[in-house]
Design a binder for this molecule. Structure first.
Ligand code: URP
Ligand code: ZN
Ligand code: ZN
Length: 463
């Protein structure tokens, strides 16, 4: 195995920032040392002078090849993991899906078949449970044992993924017993469907009405209900894609009461708003996702939540649908626009921009994008940090490079960028995945099938 030294960079982890050389051997970090204090011999030397050396990003919420809204998300595991690597992410946790009436095992096997041999970076799975019943509950125990330790439930999408409160309570009780973590899509889908019908009857069919009917109060109500159900079940709870300030307030209150409740937000809620949903023509369809984008005023609460640790993780909820042929399914009826946005390639850069803009410190950037998602989903310290014994998932990051985000230059398999034309300071230069160069000085040097399935332990924030 090649021995690599990354020389002269500023190593930034969630815990510290230190000028250090990093020795990589057998795909792992072997040692760190102050610059030039060691005369390490190496087959490969990477000069990181003037650059940051950060852990590869851990994106804990992606949907590759995800069947949804009468179509499927446009990134395959091959294209999506390459794009992730370009953006400095070296691990994704994707969602395997249980079809209604089928076993969890069937869904998980199907997702393994999609990903096996195709990924450029390492990957793991959560399980979407869309049919909570006696046999599903039993299967959850087995999945925890084999490294699928988190289960997404939906309070939204009646008739598709929706679980009622009784089903949610039962799944939470099971997770409370078997060490699993329930991830909740917290929106009151029953009430939202009424508002959708009423809006359409009024002739309000444009994309912006997607944001209007999926009310912040209905995200807050569902978040509150999920917290109380988890409390009754004695289970931890992770609320995905939090976008409303009222929902953040629910998490803040629960955490101040000492409950094991965690929250994730996504770059689209931090950087975009209902102004995008209201873009003229049908352009707003590009920004249709659920929970929806909110008015700009909500962003301050999200940034504050991230700083105060009421929100712990920023994932992408990467679920791309092309504008042409996919988003267009909802012309004339916003409820038929496939829900989801691209972003797996942009997350590390957008969050670095948040450092430049003063929203976050450098270490908090790494904490919310690498270390905490790894800990939350049982991958730390293999992933999420740079320390002896950790996988050598390293990003050489140029904090001074300027870039303009564009669909013309991105690598995601989608025909638009949600951040088109946005100027960012900072850019990924080189990426190692378990010591192997995947991106080398902004050339793709990886290969399909390098990425390995990575079974996970249970949440490391619980005793
Ligand atoms: O709009 C979204 N978020 N699409 C992906 C599915 C989900 O709810 O996470
Ligand atoms: Zn969701
Ligand atoms: Zn999602």
């Amino acid at each position: 195995m090649t021995r690599t030294v990354v020389r002269g960079g500023l190593v930034v982890t969630a815990a510290e920032e230190v000028h250090a050389d990093v020795l990589v051997e057998n795909g792992r970090v072997e040692a760190l040392a102050t610059p030039d204090s060691q005369q390490w011999t190496a087959d490969r030397v990477i000069d990181a002078t003037g650059k940051y050396v950060v852990p590869g990003g851990v994106d804990a919420h992606t949907h590759m090849e995800f069947p949804f809204g009468g179509t499927a998300s446009s990134d395959t595991f091959e294209t999506g993991t390459k794009a992730a690597a370009w953006g400095g992410t070296t691990t994704i946790i994707d969602f395997a899906v249980q079809s209604k009436g089928a076993a969890l095992r069937e869904g998980l096997d199907a997702w393994h078949a999609k990903a096996d041999g195709r990924c450029a970076i390492d990957y793991a799975f959560h399980m979407i449970v869309s049919d909570v019943n006696e046999s599903t509950l039993k299967e959850m125990d087995g999945l925890v044992g084999e490294g699928v330790t988190s289960f997404k439930l939906f309070m939204a999408y009646p008739g598709v993924f929706y679980s009622d409160d009784g089903q949610i309570l039962r799944a939470m009780q099971r997770a409370g017993d078997n060490g699993g973590l329930i991830m909740m899509h917290a929106e009151n889908g029953i009430a939202i469907d009424v508002l959708v019908q009423q809006a359409l009857e009024r002739g309000q069919a444009d994309p912006r009405y997607h944001g209007e009917v999926r009310k912040a109060l209905l995200e807050a109500e569902a978040t509150h209900r999920a917290i109380k159900l988890a409390q009754v079940a004695g289970a931890p709870l992770y609320v995905v894609h939090v976008s409303a300030r009222e929902a953040v307030a629910e998490l803040t209150r629960a955490r101040s009461e000492g409950l094991p409740v965690f929250g994730e937000t996504c770059p689209q809620y931090l950087f975009l708003s209902t102004d995008n949903l209201a873009e003229p023509g049908f352009e707003g369809a590009k920004y249709v996702c659920s929970t929806p984008l909110r008015p700009k005023e909500h962003q301050a609460a999200l940034w504050h939540g991230l700083r105060a640790n009421d929100l712990q993780v920023v994932s992408t909820d990467h679920c791309p649908f092309c504008f042409t042929g996919q988003k267009e399914l909802g012309r004339g009826d916003f409820s038929k626009i496939p829900n989801g946005m691209p972003g797996v390639e942009n997350r590390m850069d957008l969050l670095h921009q948040a450092v430049v803009d003063g929203h976050l410190t450098r270490r908090r950037w790494i904490e919310i994008a690498c270390a905490t998602p790894a800990r939350m989903f049982g991958l730390y310290p293999k992933k999420g940090t740079i320390a002896p014994g950790s996988d050598a998932d390293l990003v050489i990051y140029d904090p001074h490079a300027e870039q303009t985000v564009s669909a013309a230059t991105h690598h995601m398999n989608v025909d638009y960028s949600a951040y088109e034309g946005r100027r960012l300071t900072g850019r990924v230069e080189t990426v190692l995945s378990r010591g192997e160069p995947v991106i080398t000085a902004r050339e793709f040097t990886g290969r399909d099938g390098h990425g390995a399935y990575t079974p996970r332990g249970t949440c490391q924030y619980l005793n």
